[in-house]
Design a protein around this ligand. Structure first.
Ligand SMILES: *[C@@H]1O[C@H](CO)[C@@H](O)[C@H](O)[C@H]1NC(C)=O
Ligand SMILES: *[C@@H]1O[C@H](CO)[C@@H](O)[C@H](O)[C@H]1NC(C)=O
Length: 416
């Protein structure tokens, strides 16, 4: 048992051959995960898609709520899969000193516990762009799990490669979720991204629903291939390279903030520093944690550390002058979004700001490698077992309630 619990600190290629328990875990994980995805996607195709054909605003609203529910189902499923097949704890801490800090008063109200002392929710900004460093593919999995506790897991948006758009089940589901598919050609992506985000921002504001747009400014994982690229870029710019993260690319984030901010006056930026135990200094995360090693082989990180900062976008983030795009109340739709070039001086200012943010992040990673904690005082850490709050939410993970209800309605309609 003790040996098993240390496996995460051993590179995947050096781990002992799989045991039969791991094989069973793999099979069960695949079966349950695929069934759930099929049920969620099936719900989207059979129940929601027909609704979309009805040109009534009430039905349109029902469709939108159904999509949010199905997205929440997927978020719930991610938590449940961790709970059943790769148990871990989120260890969350909040900035109290430097940039992006929470006030003492805010800290008091951040973590909501039930009578038994279990964390049931986190009062983090509900309309926000969420950024983080990127070491392993599982980063997005755990970020989405965090939104489950923030109560925004029905309203997560991410950017994906266009090639994923038509992958059966998962790709189709992602299209229902209104995720943003980019072709990786900035010239054409830019306007598309900007228009999509303006629309998402407008909708979130109008309907007063949350929005969590997740973005990884490094653009890719820290790996043996990307590390030298970051180094070369640093040398070209005459600045020091990062140690544990890659130099962030500011363009995508800058455009995103400038597209959303005019539509969402309360927009905030949530910055997460993510760290996993077991990855040695200058080691690469994917050598220790892949989605397969975590969920199939059942070797999860024992803890997933997240240090959180937040910034008021209009007040604390130098996104530049957006007054020309903020007039969304114009009767004509001429001023849609950021379709003009951002002036170089504003670009540079934002770039430097983001890089400084990343330097601080890099230092926090050093602190983590030395002390196993992202904060100086580990007493400030909040441990959240990654598990569903209520048993009946298991049904949500399979998008079960609504189909059952609608099935009941249909069967009664047909009976008459
Ligand atoms: C952000 O700052 C602006 C300007 O000071 C303020 O009006 C707004 O309420 C702040 N937003 C939040 C979410 O606190
Ligand atoms: C849109 O409306 C604004 C203000 O009403 C006006 O200044 C602008 O010229 C209009 N644009 C177009 C293309 O009609």
């Amino acid at each position: 048992m003790g040996e098993i619990s240390q496996l995460h600190a051993l590179p995947i290629v050096q781990r002992p051959p799989k045991t039969w328990t791991q094989t069973i875990n793999t099979i069960l994980f695949c079966v349950v995960f695929n069934i759930a995805c099929l049920m969620i996607n099936g719900f989207q195709f059979t129940v929601l898609l027909p609704l979309r054909l009805v040109p009534l605003s009430l039905v349109k609203h029902l469709y939108d709520e159904g999509i949010r529910y199905s997205k929440g189902s997927f978020g719930t499923l991610l938590v449940l899969m961790s709970q059943w097949f790769a148990p871990t704890n989120l260890v969350v801490s909040f900035e109290t000193e430097g940039p992006g800090r929470f006030t003492e008063e805010e800290i008091q109200q951040l973590v909501v516990k039930d009578a038994a002392g279990r964390v049931v929710s986190l009062n983090l900004p509900r309309k926000a762009v969420m950024i983080a460093n990127h070491q392993v593919y599982a980063d997005w999995w755990y970020a989405w799990c965090l939104t489950y506790f923030m109560g925004t897991h029905r309203d997560v948006f991410i950017v994906l490669k266009k090639s994923l758009k038509w992958v059966p089940i998962v790709g189709w589901g992602m299209q229902f979720y209104n995720f943003i598919f980019l072709a990786r050609s900035w010239a054409s992506d830019r306007i598309y991204l900007s228009n999509r985000l303006s629309w998402l921002g407008r909708t979130a504001e109008k309907e007063d629903i949350p929005l969590t747009f997740i973005l990884y400014p490094e653009g890719t994982l820290v790996s043996k291939d990307t590390r030298p690229v970051s180094k070369r870029f640093a040398d070209k710019m005459g600045i020091p390279d990062m140690m544990h993260t890659l130099l962030p690319r500011s363009t995508g984030l800058h455009y995103s903030l400038r597209s959303l901010a005019p539509k969402l006056p309360t927009l905030e930026l949530i910055d997460i520093t993510m760290a996993y135990p077991g990855i040695p200094p200058f080691g690469y995360g994917q050598a220790y944690y892949t989605l397969r090693s975590i969920f199939c082989d059942r070797v999860p990180p024992p803890t997933v550390h997240m240090h959180i900062r937040k910034f008021n976008v209009s007040k604390e983030v130098p996104i530049g002058d957006i007054s020309s795009t903020s007039s969304e109340t114009l009767p004509n739709k001429s001023s849609k979004s950021v379709e003009v070039e951002i002036p170089d001086i504003e670009k540079d200012k934002f770039d430097v700001w983001l890089r400084d943010l990343w330097r601080e992040k890099d230092q926090r990673m050093s602190l983590f490698l030395a002390t196993s904690s992202l904060v100086e005082d580990p007493k400030r850490e909040v441990k959240i077992p990654l598990a569903l709050r209520r048993k009946r939410e298991v049904l949500d993970a399979f998008a079960f309630f609504i189909p059952a209800f609608i099935g009941w309605v249909y069967s009664h309609l047909w009976a008459h």
